[in-house]
Design a protein around this ligand. Structure first.
Ligand SMILES: Nc1nc2c(ncn2[C@@H]2O[C@H](COP(=O)(O)OP(=O)(O)O)[C@@H](O)[C@H]2O)c(=O)[nH]1
Ligand SMILES: [Mg+2]
Length: 305
């Protein structure tokens, strides 16, 4: 149950707004979102383009509600349809937000970071989040880097942190809050995202494909939820991992089904943490393009028989 938040005369300075998290792949955008929200929502891996769609996460405090939007990794290397769509989605996001966080890795400003910066509208001054400061060795290298970034007029502020290790994001949150408009909250206090459980379940399975399969294979896979049944605190989830050929299918299943079992166990544990309940998860692996897959694809579009 949501507690009503006091946005009336007692609290005339309640602020609420949307914050886009952008940056080249692998800088830690999704990790930052998850740690800000205090819950895994956006899947992460060391491989670029793990995040394929926009995920929102909310943080609500007595005087502010932050609506964070994690974006698929900006990238310019390949220009296939998926990437073009992803980049379009980010540009649309940027025109529609109150604050932009540009995330980079400490000491590693490169041409991809510059490419992302060039895509931020000229009138928008992003907050520069310098992530992974835990990796800087020796520590003395950090200060000159921060100083250099701080002198760059394009950035509204520079905030060094370690998204994966810090447990206090007060500095970042207060920088953001001062830039949000006075507005009532958009979501209930106990809401953390507007993504459905069903969608997040598919994402958590996909995350394990990225983490447990080789370098290339994850990009050839799709996860479909066939059935998602809720029985009190229990979820029965039937899902299919679609691959492109029999060879890939054999790899996903693994020797004696071990790989698929590992994928299923880890994804199940993540979904259990999300719903704070029990999950029964059944995974199938199928080769795309077969008759039944076409039928399922149509069903997902709402044209099922
Ligand atoms: N050492 C270190 N690694 C991090 C930190 N934040 C994220 N990572 C790692 O960086 C990789 C990419 O993170 P991810 O959030 O998926 O990046 P994204 O592509 O920008 O969303 C993952 O392996 C994370 O565990 C951090 O603060 N320190
Ligand atoms: Mg990501």
């Amino acid at each position: 149950m949501s507690e009503p938040i006091d946005t009336g005369p007692m609290n005339p300075d309640f602020r609420c707004g949307t914050i886009a998290i952008v940056g080249r792949p692998n800088v830690g955008k999704s990790t930052l979102l998850n740690h800000l929200v205090g819950q895994k929502l956006s899947i992460t891996s060391h491989k670029p383009q793990t995040t394929r769609s926009r995920i929102k996460g909310f943080v609500t405090q007595p005087d502010v509600q932050f609506v964070f939007v994690d974006t698929p990794g900006y990238q310019n290397r390949f220009s296939n349809a998926l990437n073009r769509a992803m980049n379009r989605s980010i540009i649309t996001t940027l025109n529609d937000v109150d604050v932009v966080l540009l995330v980079i890795e400490a000491l590693r400003w490169n041409t991809d970071d510059q490419w992302v910066l060039n895509r931020i509208p000229v009138g928008v001054r992003p907050l520069l989040v310098i992530n992974k400061i835990d990796k800087v060795k020796p520590r003395s290298l950090l200060l000159p880097f921060l100083k250099k970034c701080g002198e760059e007029p394009r950035f509204a502020a520079v905030i060094p942190l370690s998204a994966g290790h810090d447990d206090n994001f007060g500095g970042l949150l207060s920088e953001i809050r001062s830039r949000l408009p006075v507005a009532p909250p958009l979501y209930g206090v106990d809401e953390v995202t507007d993504s459905s459980e069903r969608f997040l379940a598919a994402e958590f399975i996909r995350e394990q494909l990225f983490r447990l399969l080789g370098e290339e294979l994850p990009y050839a896979t799709t996860v479909m939820i066939d059935q998602y049944q809720e029985e009190g605190n229990l979820r029965r989830i039937y899902a299919t991992i679609l691959v492109e050929n029999d060879n890939q299918k054999a790899i996903v299943i693994g020797h004696n089904g071990e790989k698929l079992k590992q994928i299923g166990t880890r994804a199940r544990q993540d979904i259990e943490r999300l719903i704070e309940g029990k999950v029964f998860l059944e995974l199938w692996v199928k080769v795309k393009g077969g008759w039944s897959d076409d039928e399922r694809a149509l069903k997902q579009l709402g044209h099922g028989l």
